[in-house]
Write a protein that binds this ligand. Sequence first.
Ligand SMILES: [Fe+2]
Length: 106
Amino acid sequence: MIFDAANVFVEAVKSGKEDAILDQAFELLINYTNTHFTDEEAYYESIGSSLLATQKVEHEHLLGELREMWYEKRHGSEDAGTDLDHWMERRLVPHIIEEDTRAQKA
Ligand SMILES: [Fe+2]
């Protein structure tokens, strides 16, 4: 769902959609990401993962980075779509593959 929402946002940016559409796409992305992280943290808590606190901090960082991209976009950045692509590739995917996997075993 996060990747679907991110792709909606990237496509909206690339095709030069109005700010109102971009607002909706970004809100969707933030909501999915926030819900996913909250559910994930509840799961780590339920299994007693020792990395719960670390995950919470990292999730806040990731959400902060998303909000920062939106702030930059709203203040004239033309790179929001590319930045989001890079964020998924360099931040979200490694988090899921490495840190989430580690937290499930800790
Ligand atoms: Fe996580």
